[in-house]
Ligand binder design. Sequence first.
Ligand code: PMV
Length: 326
Amino acid sequence: MTVSSAPGKVYLFGEHAVVYGEPAVPCAIERRATVAVESRDDDRLRVHLSDLSIDGFTVEYSGSTDETPDVNVSESLVQAGIGYIDAAIEQARDATDRPDAGFDITVESDIPLGAGLGSSAAVTVAAIDAATREVGVSLSSDEIADRAYRAELTVQDGEASRADTFCSATGGAVRVEGDDCRAVKSPELPIVVGFDGGAGDTGKLVAGVRALREEYEFAGDTVQSIGDIVRQGERAAEGDTEELGRLMNFNHGLLEALGVSSRSLDNMVWAARDAGALGAKLTGAGGGGCIVALDPTDETETALRFTPGCEDAFRAELDTEGVREE
Ligand code: PMV
């Protein structure tokens, strides 16, 4: 058996705009998806998912039977999860030239599904690494990132950026602009995450922004302005967390204008700001899920715990390690 893990991430800046070639800066956090892979004698896949939520409930799903998953996340989310694993295994088969390889796969994750913390990228990256190593092939983190991106593209109907998968494969803070992916110096950031217990449909939200962009020129300008925020953030003096916070607030406002926030995300953003956070914004596709705030004190975490609609709040440390063998 071979076991790999890969981290989730928060977007400091740039989600959605990155789909249209603007830069984005995601940052890996110490919440991981772990994938265990064991070769089978036949060409089948058997997938077992467990602990797919911060709350720790268990999803039991066997890809080889008709059993219905007993879960309190929507079945479509579970099916999406299975889709990422299938696509990851296709990439692993291709990379190892073993088109008929079959595997038993167990996924455990402490990253909530579809909540903007990069759960699908982390599972995809860890699954490619574990499945290739299980058959004796070791890929570089760049190749894993590239193959995970291709896997996401197939599952997301051609709408994906390289941001999530590159960040999860390499760890740390990264900057992604089109095909240009690079590590950036990881600033020590006091990251707090608020989670509303929900999830957004990435495909639908990305399509919504695309439609707005096609209809209104100013929506296109809004997407470009998000890119300007990222460029401004890069010019901020090292350690100027206050400036980064102000820019995050601005970024959230523009995402809100593009229709990808929600009442609970806005509530958490405002609770964080009222508690004295340096800045707060939604992270990932939006629609529901998580916000990211910067606050070196305990105030934001405490305030979020008492905010209606916030199900969990926690401090997230930057994870400098990407995909790794367990
Ligand atoms: O919510 P997540 O973690 O799937 O992030 C989606 C980020 C988008 O920019 C909206 C899409 C993408 O592929 O970059």
